[in-house]
Write a protein that binds this ligand. Sequence first.
Ligand code: PMV
Length: 373
Amino acid sequence: SKKWVLMATARSPTNIAVIKYWGKRDETLILPVNGSISVTLDPSHLSATTTVAVSPSFDRDRMWLNGKEILLSGGRFQSCLREIRRRAEDVEDEERGICIKREDWEGLHVHIASFNNFPTAAGLASSAAGFACLVFALAKLMNVKEETTELSSIARQGSGSACRSLYGGFVKWAMGNKEDGSDSIAVQLANETHWEDLVILIAVVCSRQKETSSTTGMRESVETSSLLQYRSQVVVPRRLIQMEEAIQKRDFPSFAKLTCADSNQFHAVCLDTSPPIFYMNDTSHRHVQLCFLVYCICLFIRLLDYRNFQDRWNQFEGTPQVTYTYDAGPNAVLIAPNRKVAHLLLQRMLFYFPPPSEKELDSYVLGDTSILQ
Ligand code: PMV
């Protein structure tokens, strides 16, 4: 009968890179010019939820994003679908009398409905959550038995950063050096319980779609930026090692310095691109200054303890209290070492950038990830 429909639903969080991926050496397979490291956010805040359905009555593959149908002509969706279909296994639902053989999948079409609970394409890595979720849901539907690492390399072919969203916690995407991309995969460095004190705040300063897509931006940077060559060959390999160590040791000062330095360099590469790309705006620059203001306030508070002046000074000097990172958009991702500092940061933010209501202050500090609008 043509009446049955089989479905699977998944939810994937987005991830924020602390060592950025920018530049592809192979645009079809999506192979990066350097490795990257990210932190996966709590799925209850920024995530994609995707339902995939298969039925013999579907005459073609179709997809809806946030309720609107989108064309599936783009090669990226097709790559993910093709790779999952190739690995599909037999599926049996005895209760409903459904039996799909491995070889049947080629002739069956899917319908995909995906929702983001945050602005799409505003530089908040919506494609990361979206493709990770799509691949995971399709793999469940088609009974794919592959390990998460293998799924990460399929998600990578949808959107590079998506390969990192298949794991929670801290994740590294190794650039790999094989031409077929089989070693360009994501691995988990530490799970979500490893560094629970960290608080990540996201300040949504603009939820409009970005002007330069990351695909176009990367292509132009690879073609024109000499800083990108230096970054990918010299700076990032060193930073990946240092960042891994900082994460393992939960060493916030090193983590913070590396994170903001890498974000700054990524945006410097954008400026070094011809024509230059501007992702940060005036508000973003003020958020960066705010991080340094919080640093000064913390320093002042500690120095009030005169007895230990010298000790306090030594302990504090050059130690950032909050760090920031920006993706391809003006929204700040601020990372504080604990709730106390996050609270101070929020108070300052509320002072300079008042949110709609006081009540929201509580919700900002309750979760690990928060949206400030
Ligand atoms: O995966 P894409 O094509 O959306 O590229 C994302 C690139 C950055 O978000 C700017 C950096 C990163 O590593 O996520």
